[in-house]
Design a protein. Structure first.
Ligand code: KG4
Ligand code: ZN
Length: 386
């Protein structure tokens, strides 16, 4: 048997410049992620122009470092993979252009990968590493990140994978809600990991977010529930702009703005705040609000996903994307999944947020199918996953 292929992948869809080499869709040879958090932090969110500029600055050293860590040269690679979309247009352009140049210069095939498919394959890569090669189908995947809250039914067709979107957020993505609430509370960017760690110190039952603040109006007008799942008519949508507004109302009615400004200024004066610093600048009321917000988000994500799993008779659940790093989300999915008899798999935390190992893993089935991109390929900000 010929040796398993080495695929070098490049990821630049948002605010991480990443490269990785994975052999045979499974063996992680090297992986480098250059985060731009420090660049975007003062602005409380990703600034697209700055992201493109940082990618331009980072991409060559990141790819060199990936080859160096792997002790490999370009000649030893079997293919170059790259994130084609979805993501920021200017950011994607940097990765796609560089990958095309590398592939052309080294005379290697080029493989275009959907970023969301990458997130799904982050789980599959690690499941294969753990020896779990027999997933039970149907597989339902929740991709929950700063840009997406999407549910896909995934099936394997030959070597390849096909996806059917059965739900997504109508407005804000879950990670976006975490980031916006953290910003509103003066806690900085990116909000998810900070709120995750602070939640442990608050009372999740202190502030009640009602169901109507979390659910989309359309969910009421779905009509009587059908017995058989019909992908064309039944959707499992999410909506997170309501809860963000509810947090804002709470802040207004409790006159929290002055304290928030003080907190923002105090944190800006600390170069790399630790969890103790964050705790110190938060009163108990704020910690309770944070814990209650997270509890509501997690309850909604887990509840709706398990409802979708039940109605699609899914046998396996994959939960992936940046928000899948959230401790309460993981614990709740594990507990509720076990109660309902459905195995739930996550990526390890480093592979939950953006990285290139997941892109290399998703490229492997395409390599087996000889699904190569031509030199005309370009980034697509709104690339759908099918
Ligand atoms: O997948 P990712 O790195 O980038 C996108 O494709 O969007 O996800 C980033 C998002 C951010 O919104 C960040 O706040 C959120 O994931 N995130 C978290 C946690 N870690 C990252 N949200 C909640 N809890 C976490 N521990
Ligand atoms: Zn992502």
């Amino acid at each position: 048997m010929s040796k398993l292929p080495y695929i070098l992948a490049i990821e630049s869809s948002c605010d991480e410049t990443a490269a990785a080499i994975v052999q045979g869709g499974e063996r992680l040879v090297s992986s480098v992620v250059a985060s731009q958090i420090a660049t975007h932090q003062p602005f409380g969110g990703v600034v697209p122009e700055l992201a493109s500029r940082e990618h331009l600055r980072n991409i060559v050293p990141v790819v060199h470092e990936t080859l160096r860590e792997a002790r490999m040269s370009l000649e030893q690679l079997d293919a170059i993979a790259v994130t084609k979309g979805p993501g920021l247009a200017g950011a994607l352009l940097v990765g796609v252009s560089y990958a095309k140049a590398l592939a052309f210069g080294a005379d290697k095939p080029l493989i275009a990968v959907n970023h969301l498919e990458g997130h799904i394959h982050a789980v599959l890569l690690e499941q294969r590493q753990a020896g779990n090669n027999n997933l039970q189908f149907p597989v339902l995947a929740l991709v929950v990140s700063g840009g997406h809250t999407h549910l896909y039914l995934a099936e394997q067709v030959g070597h390849g994978w096909k996806y059917r979107n059965i739900g997504h957020t109508r407005d804000d993505a879950a990670g976006e809600a975490f980031d916006k609430v953290a910003k509103l509370l003066g806690l900085g960017y990116p909000g998810g990991p900070i709120l995750d760690r602070l939640s442990k110190f608050g009372d999740p039952k202190a502030v009640r977010f009602t169901l109507s603040q979390l659910k989309h109006a359309d969910r009421n007008s779905r009509g009587p529930r059908k017995h058989a799942f019909d992908a064309n008519s039944q959707r499992f949508d999410f909506s997170y702009s309501g809860i963000k507004t509810a947090v804002l109302r709470h802040v207004e009615t409790h006159n929290m703005f002055a304290a928030i400004e003080e907190r923002r200024a105090a944190l800006l004066a600390i170069p790399r705040p630790t969890i103790d610093d964050y705790r110190r600048v938060c009163d108990q009321h704020t910690l309770d609000l944070v814990a209650s917000f997270q509890r509501a988000m997690v309850g909604d994500l887990v509840g709706k996903t398990l409802e979708a799993a039940q109605e699609t008779a899914s046998a396996t659940l994959l939960v992936t994307g940046g928000v899948a790093a959230n401790s309460e989300l993981r614990e709740t999915f594990e507990r509720r999944g076990a109660q309902e008899g459905i195995p739930v798999h996550f990526p390890s935390r480093p592979l939950s947020t953006d990285n290139a190992a997941m892109i290399a893993a998703a490229a492997y089935p395409k390599w087996l199918n000889r699904e190569f991109a031509d030199m005309e390929v370009s980034g697509e900000a709104h690339l759908p996953l099918r």
